[in-house]
Design a binder for this molecule. Structure first.
Ligand SMILES: Cc1cc2nc3c(=O)[nH]c(=O)nc-3n(C[C@H](O)[C@H](O)[C@H](O)COP(=O)(O)OP(=O)(O)OC[C@H]3O[C@@H](n4cnc5c(N)ncnc54)[C@H](O)[C@@H]3O)c2cc1C
Length: 385
């Protein structure tokens, strides 16, 4: 077991730090306030080589490992959670599903444009009646000649209305249960694709969550990425990497809040002393550091053991639960350390606190992760298996 980063990884982190300080940190508050990150800024992430890090070079990526991508994501998220999430979405999730389970034609057609930031990609799983119980989804895909006709509604879709592609999880030809579920790629310019509005929410505001509706959308059969049958297991396995990516964003946000609060507290004077001279404050800092380090090892372990950016379910879920709950604790404590100033909009901590809040929900709730972890411990199947 080696706990040291390689020289190449240290360089990757150093470059990401420099990039973040120049291109991300100065604008993070503005993107949060305007609830929008401009496309040209997203393109800068791609131009810096941060999209498609996990994608092989033959498809326009960098052929790096999942842990390499995680190191970059953590570093960027220290300054801006939404930039971190954008990098996650274009290194794990739908891109990895296409890489591992799509056709060669799809890999050649779609992945290079993802890597260079020309097109962006969402995942369309959640429906009004199918959240944690994803297998209850009813969006239908019905075969008709060389096409599938899609009808249905997805909500809480990150990047809805802004991103070109959505990998839609649908029920094929009315087949009940997990065997009817597959995934098909749709483009926002396809007739029948409708962006039905934004869902205003607490944090990570620079990237919108929204509603998508499909009305007799005809997608060519060539866009079928994971055919129904045994697709659900494969779709979920590909999604584990997305969970580890989200955990890295939570970790980065927590580290950013910790760094800020530590510096602030070390300068702040009360009762004629620096407040960091009080042991109560020192213990807070120590507890925050313990929390962050523990999360870091869980996230790094899950990423290090990944093959083709697909991580182990048990390790991914443990990392996700701990990192997401840790980030809420740490950002909350960071506000407390800075007193009323920490609560003000003048400091980045309230943004970090709001941003951190999403990770026990997005990507599968902490409760559902615990159910999966328990199934692993007890050697039982999940209802979705
Ligand atoms: C910021 C954000 C981004 C998102 N991005 C996307 C996206 O890009 N694409 C996408 O498809 N979806 C996305 N989602 C949706 C997300 O995946 C769902 O919100 C999540 O799966 C939970 O579903 P739900 O909100 O319907 O909650 P529900 O399933 O209604 O759950 C409500 C509560 O009940 C608990 N619960 C449910 N079942 C059980 C059980 N069996 N045992 C114990 N507790 C249970 C849950 O843990 C939760 O606390 C996003 C959500 C957020 C907040």
């Amino acid at each position: 077991m080696n706990f040291q980063l390689s020289e190449a990884q240290q360089n990757l982190v150093k470059e990401a730090r420099e990039f973040a300080l120049l291109e991300v940190a100065p604008y993070a508050a503005q993107w949060d306030q305007e609830e929008h990150i401009p496309r040209r800024q997203i393109k800068k992430l791609a131009d810096a080589g941060y999209f498609g890090m996990t994608i092989p070079e033959e498809y326009g990526g960098r052929g790096l490992s999942a842990i390499d991508a995680i190191l970059v994501i953590e570093e960027i998220a220290r300054h801006c959670g939404i930039s971190g999430r954008l990098i996650v979405d274009h290194n794990f999730g739908a891109a990895i599903t296409i890489l591992n389970f799509g056709t060669e034609e799809q890999r050649e057609r779609v992945l290079p444009t993802i890597c260079n930031g020309e097109t962006l990609m969402s995942i369309g799983m959640t429906e009004p009646g199918a959240g944690s119980a994803l297998t209850d989804l009813v969006t239908s895909a019905t075969e008709d000649g060389g096409e599938y006709i899609l009808n249905g509604k997805k909500h809480w879709i990150t990047g809805a209305g802004e991103r070109e592609y959505t990998l839609v999880y649908a029920r094929f030809n009315g087949v009940a249960g997990t065997r009817g579920i597959g995934a098909i790629l749709v483009h926002k310019d396809m007739p029948g694709f409708r962006y039905a509005g934004r869902i205003p929410s607490l944090g990570v505001r620079g990237v919108q969550e929204g509603i998508l509706e499909f009305e007799n959308l005809r997608a060519p059969k060539e866009n079928l990425v994971v055919p129904p049958g045994s697709a659900f297991r494969r779709l979920m396995s590909a999604y584990n990497g997305q969970r580890v990516g989200a955990s890295a964003v939570a970790l980065g946000i927590a580290q950013g809040a910790f760094d800020f609060a530590k510096d602030y507290a070390d300068k702040r004077r009360q009762f004629g002393k620096r407040i960091t001279d009080f042991q109560a404050i020192q213990f807070k800092l120590a507890d925050m550091a313990i929390d962050i380090e523990a999360a870091r090892f869980l996230v790094y372990r899950a990423a290090s053991n990944a093959g083709m950016a697909i991580t182990n379910r048990y390790e991914s879920s443990i990392a996700k639960v701990f990192a997401s709950e840790m980030a809420i604790r740490v950002t909350n404590r960071a506000i407390q350390l800075c007193g009323a100033q920490g609560y003000s909009r003048g400091l980045p901590l309230e943004r970090m606190f709001r941003d951190a809040r999403c990770f026990t929900l997005a990507g599968g709730t902490a409760e559902m992760q615990r159910i999966g972890i328990a199934a692993g411990i007890l050697g039982r199947k999940l209802p979705q298996d």
